[in-house]
Design a protein around this ligand. Structure first.
Ligand code: SF4
Length: 695
């Protein structure tokens, strides 16, 4: 009998661009092609997307639950019933022994909206615990906090990505889309082909910076001074939009006073960026009408992250950009559901609809949807690093469930976090592969993956999209929704849906009236309209591709300036640790590398962890290309392979964070937190560098 091939429209399992993909399944397996008409990729995919089908039948994937009987014993195969019974027993025991906050969950920015929503509900309703946060805290929290306080809402891009193609000038701060999301480069290319200009701020001459009309290459951790310096020049030269400032904003007087001190020669002394380049950049921005200012992790993952983003928002507001056609401020989200992941309640301080957990009205609304008394909902708990740092301590979490996150590799000061994981009474990990974090687990649950389940995600533009199931998961693999529902049942809470469509319907009701309002969104609309932009408060509402065109969702409908001062990073080089370390991503890998290190073509392109160091530094250290190099910080040591280049500052080394074991860049990073967002300072610390000679 002939088997007819089926075609399913879905999306890439990786980054926030959520490129449209068509999967064709037949007797020979699954083949994959980009959707030519999906708005963010228009027929493009990067190497990660092209190879994503390899994850589905991968020989190393988890195909059934695993249990460890004794702390030092091996993981052995188990049934779902045995695994779930064990988890329920251990969670119940920890809760009775140490109180509800001793049981917690750590989620991920790759979870679908439905899973993020259900996980938040599970922790607050079933466990009665405040202990929940997720790896998005390490990703977007600084930008989200700055956007909330300036605009009253946080949507990464408050306009469609395609607007970039229509801009006259784009300022890109700490972002390298040429490597991290290559299909998005078409919009920058179209912009430049129209005569638009690109300014890039980055300590490295990245593939994106190499295309720039102007590349500012600052000392790591000094972006805030650059923004204040540009605003100083814009004020001095009359480039700001006084009418916009008067009509649509508050708080500019204090900012204007503050930036007076950011003379370009002083900014040059702080940042190393030549005065003339700073002035040229400010004039480029102030001399054009369609200007887009974009930040990403390079500017945001700092102990000054929120204030740094605020400084760039101040610049954008002073130039009158937010709400203007083909202009504005935005932050580029990284993870696949980095945007949706922070809207539905898996963050320590939030409830669905992007509501605050400490807001009495929000508690009443969500409690009514969940059918529980508002008073029973816990108060906000610890942020991601603070939760991990306290694992196994008095008052900390004793029994933890980690879903779709590999904190043993991705958390800052990873050596400390590995120690803390070892101190837990009980650890459950749900994942596709046996990650480095799973090696600490007492129970490992195998998760269905991207093409094996349906669910919605919200991309970097705030466009809600739908991943469709194309193939069934292996027989002993379940979806995380099924695992949540079964565990809730064992803990005495029946009625937790495991069908994504039913969870989405409940999520939409919960979001009603919130900032991220999904009320009018349905699977049918998503399919028909290639995604729907929130807010979309009713079925007849068209969705909102562009925010702020009329006003801002603040109490007085105006955007708010915040005066901010350069403080610099928590650690700067000294005699013992004489260089800056900065971390980031490579083109062929994603996050902690759990998936991409297992994909042949990606692994072959970047098989080992490398450290990028300048020719002059390599010469001084006697290091040649390919030599092992030892990096030491106050927190740990890592050994990586030298990649010598003139593309990084001579005082700075760059290490990607995609590897586990002794090559983990996060063994080195500084967990000092931004006071506003609790974002750790991944992007800069002081490091000692030498050629590694094995003993
Ligand atoms: Fe996937 Fe992102 Fe690459 Fe697109 S750019 S194919 S979403 S990893």
């Amino acid at each position: 009998m002939l088997m007819v091939a089926t075609l399913v429209r879905t999306h890439c399992p990786y980054c926030s661009l959520q490129c449209g993909i068509t999967l064709e399944t037949d007797r020979s397996g699954v083949t994959l092609a980009p959707q030519p008409d999906f708005p963010t990729n228009r027929g493009g995919l990067c190497a990660k997307g092209w190879t994503a089908a390899e994850l589905l039948g991968h020989p190393e994937r988890l195909t059934g639950p695993l249990i460890r009987d004794a702390r030092d014993g091996p993981l052995r195969p188990a049934s779902w019933d045995e695994a779930l019974d064990r988890i329920a027993r251990e969670f119940r025991h920890a809760g009775l022994e140490y109180g509800p906050d001793s049981v917690g969950c750590f989620g991920g920015g790759g979870l679908t909206n439905e899973k993020a929503y259900q996980l938040g509900k599970f922790v607050r309703v079933v466990l009665g615990s405040s202990a929940i946060d997720y790896n998005g805290r390490f990703c977007m929290s600084a930008a989200a906090t700055a956007a909330q306080r300036a605009f009253g809402v946080d949507r990464g891009l408050p306009f469609p990505l395609a607007d970039l193609a229509e801009a006259d000038v784009i300022l890109l701060v700490g972002a390298n889309p040429a490597d991290t999301m290559p299909p998005a480069m078409r919009f920058l290319d179209e912009c430049r082909a129209r005569g638009g200009r690109l300014i890039v701020v980055d300590p490295r001459r990245t593939a994106t910076a190499a295309l720039a009309d102007l590349h500012l290459q600052p000392v790591p951790g000094t972006d805030l001074a650059i923004a204040n310096g540009m605003l100083h020049v814009a004020v001095r030269e009359g480039l700001i939009d006084d009418d916009y400032i008067a009509a649509r904003t508050t708080g500019f007087a204090a900012v204007r006073r503050g930036v007076r001190l950011y003379w370009p020669d002083r900014v040059e002394r702080i940042t190393g960026v030549p005065e003339a380049d700073l002035v040229a950049a400010a004039r480029m921005l102030g001399g054009a009408r369609r200007v887009i200012v974009l930040t990403a992790r390079g500017a945001e993952q700092h102990s000054t992250g929120t204030d740094t983003v605020s400084a760039f928002i101040n610049l954008a507001l002073a130039l009158g950009l937010p709400g203007r056609e083909y202009a504005g401020f935005a932050s580029i989200t990284g993870q696949g559901n980095g945007q949706g992941g922070r809207e539905h309640g898996q963050k320590a301080d939030q409830l669905p609809g992007y509501r605050r957990l400490d807001d009495p009205a929000a508690r009443e609304h969500i409690a009514a949807v969940w059918g529980v008394p508002a008073a029973s909902l816990p108060q906000p708990g610890r942020s991601a690093y603070e939760m991990l740092d306290a694992l196994g301590t008095p008052g900390g979490v004793r029994a933890l469930w980690v879903l779709a996150s590999n904190v043993a590799v991705s958390a800052p000061h990873a050596g400390r976090i590995r120690e803390r994981l070892g101190q837990l009474d009980f650890l459950v990990v749900s994942d596709i592969f046996r990650s480095e974090t799973a090696e600490f687990a007492d129970v490992v649950l195998p998760s269905a993956q991207w093409a094996e389940e349906s669910g919605t995600l919200t991309n970097l533009e705030g466009r809600v999209i739908l991943r469709n199931r194309a193939v069934p998961p292996p027989p002993e693999v379940r979806t995380d929704l099924e695992a949540l529902s079964a565990l809730a049942d064992r803990l005495g809470h029946s009625g937790f849906h495991d069908d994504p469509a039913e969870v989405f319907a409940e999520l939409c009701r919960a979001s009603s009236g919130g900032k991220a309002d999904y009320t009018g969104i349905s699977h049918a609309r998503i399919a028909a309209e290639q995604g729907v932009f929130w807010p979309c408060p009713s079925p007849r509402h068209p969705g909102t591709p562009r925010l702020f065109t009329v006003d801002f969702p603040t109490p007085d409908r105006r955007a708010r300036f915040h005066a901010v001062e350069h403080r610099g990073p928590a650690e700067t080089p000294d005699a013992d640790y004489p260089y800056y370390l900065t971390t980031g991503r490579l083109a062929g890998h994603y996050q902690s590398g759990t998936q991409t290190r297992r994909v042949g073509r990606l692994r072959d392109a970047e098989p080992v962890a490398t450290v990028q160091l300048h020719d002059s530094l390599a010469l001084r250290l006697g290091v040649r290309e390919g030599d092992p190099v030892r990096l030491r910080t106050r927190r740990g040591t890592a050994v990586l392979t030298a990649r010598i280049s003139a593309d990084v500052r001579a005082d700075t080394v760059f290490a990607p964070f995609h590897w586990g074991g002794p090559a983990s860049a996060n063994l080195l990073t500084n967990p000092v937190l931004d006071p506003h967002s609790r974002m750790p300072e991944f992007k800069v610390c002081a490091v000692a560098v030498d050629k590694y000679v094995p003993a």
